[in-house]
Design a protein around this ligand. Structure first.
Ligand code: FCB
Length: 446
């Protein structure tokens, strides 16, 4: 029996654009994801977040599912365009109504809200007026929005995450162009990475000032185990650079107050412009780090020597999910131990971990997903091993509470422990959901 510590917190997550729908209701402004999805051919099957899981209207049922699971915390995000539709200036009071109902419903159900302030749905107006995250001003606009939100929820939301996965939104949104706003320019991408970190740092003291003694502030970063495909010096160098780009580029400024020197020197003129004092702002102490983990990548060097086009190979004999992501449970252990030993993070939460499989509903209305149970089980055993190593891990949240809009892959990928039948919006707890409920009840797994 792998027994978890007494006060270990179990959770599940969703994020605004992926589940809410109601894109044009109650004064919500346009986000860069609305605009991006409206371009034909951008998203698989031309899917959009217009309706999604209709969580905006069905949240009471979703809270009941959370209660049935017995989760202690719910990770969700607040959509900036609902609160300040044009990004800066006029606040939309109706934008708060949904989150008020949601947060109050959670609190009544005894579930702690863990709110992320930015999960990629930037108000389109800021993209149009400022160039979005290319501009330093967007970081200051974010700070204003954070001030508005944190004043509003004082005493009700105690756990704040400033940003989700800045590496993904910086590079997939601005270098690869497969996420909104669809820019393909490495220099811009690196510049946005700095502005994301600056935005985070500006938000930290605001959240503390508007909070109380229970307020806790963190940020969520994503981690992939990055290994070289071969032991050739070129592939090893590629793996080191990618680990630098996706992990150390964010960890080092946050926890050491500096950008990693090796990455900086490789970047040359791609390096972002910074101002004196920025790194002090970015490195303000945090209460916890949110960490996401899904997979491993075996990387090959770029044939052209460019810092953008690395390749990868499949790991022979490994299982792959519907995302074509390798199932590599040991990586979550390696990540946690690294965060503890190399970065001395005060506390860690696993904010996302999970897998997409091609789930179907059986004739008797059940969804059996043994591969997801296996995935979660193997990862939780590694998480347990990391706690035994002394990692200060306070909680684990599964991605996701329900199937949802998986960005450029639309609704084709199902990550939920609850199945969504999109035409009817019917929710069906999958076998993995019942399994997770039992893990939570036992606070461990056999
Ligand atoms: C993470 C995102 C989350 C979800 C999972 C599969 O990178 O934060 O929204 O799409 O991947």
């Amino acid at each position: 029996m792998a027994q978890f510590p007494e006060h270990f917190r179990w959770g599940a997550g969703t994020y605004s654009y992926q589940v809410e729908g109601a894109a044009n209701e109650d004064g919500r402004g346009e986000s860069i994801w609305d605009r991006f999805c409206s371009i034909p051919g951008t998203i698989l099957n031309n899917d959009t977040g217009l309706v999604a899981c209709d969580h905006y209207h069905r949240y009471p049922e979703d809270i009941r599912i959370m209660q049935e699971l017995g989760i202690h915390l719910y990770n969700f995000s607040i959509a900036w365009p609902r609160i300040v539709p044009t990004g800066r200036g006029k606040v939309n009071p109706r934008g708060f109504d949904f989150y008020d109902r949601l947060v109050d419903g959670l609190l009544e159900a005894g579930i702690e809200p863990y709110a992320t302030l930015y999960h990629w749905d930037l108000p389109q107006a800021l993209q149009d007026e400022l160039g979005g995250w290319q501009s330093r001003e967007t970081a200051y606009a974010f700070a204003e929005y954070v001030d508005i939100v944190s004043r509003h929820f004082k005493g009700r939301i105690h756990n704040w995450l400033t940003l989700n996965e800045p590496a993904v939104t910086a590079f997939e949104g601005h270098e690869d162009g497969i996420h909104a706003p669809g820019i393909k320019d490495a220099r811009i991408a690196w510049q946005t990475s700095h502005h994301f970190l600056l935005a985070h740092g500006l938000a930290v003291p605001i959240l503390r000032a508007n909070g109380d003694e229970q307020t806790r502030v963190g940020i969520t970063l994503n981690f992939t185990q990055i290994d070289p495909a071969t032991q050739s010096p070129e592939d090893q160098a590629a793996a080191r650079f990618l680990d630098g780009k996706l992990h150390r580029w964010f960890l080092d400024p946050l926890f050491r107050g500096e950008y990693p020197a090796d990455v900086l020197s490789q970047l040359g003129e791609l390096a972002p412009k910074t101002e004196p004092g920025d790194l002090e702002i970015i490195a303000r102490p945090l209460d916890f780090l949110g960490a996401n983990y899904y997979t491993r990548s075996l990387v090959t060097h770029s044939p052209t020597g460019s810092l953008s086009d690395f390749g990868s190979v499949r790991a022979e004999g490994s299982e792959y999910t519907e995302m074509d992501w390798e199932v590599h449970p040991r990586g979550i252990y390696t990540m946690l131990v690294r965060l503890h030993r190399e970065y001395h993070v005060p506390q860690v939460y696993i904010v996302e971990n999970g897998a997409a499989f091609a789930d179907t509903v059986s004739e008797d209305g059940r969804v059996d997903d043994p591969r997801r149970i296996h995935y979660l089980r193997e990862h939780l055993l590694q998480v347990h091993a990391a706690i035994a190593e002394g990692v200060p891990l306070a909680g684990y949240s599964v991605w996701s509470l329900m199937d949802n809009f998986e960005w450029s892959l639309g609704y084709s990928k199902r990550f939920g422990i609850t199945y969504i039948d999109y035409p009817t919006q019917k929710r069906i707890l999958k076998a993995s959901g019942y399994w997770y409920r039992d893990v939570i009840a036992a606070n461990g797994l056999s």
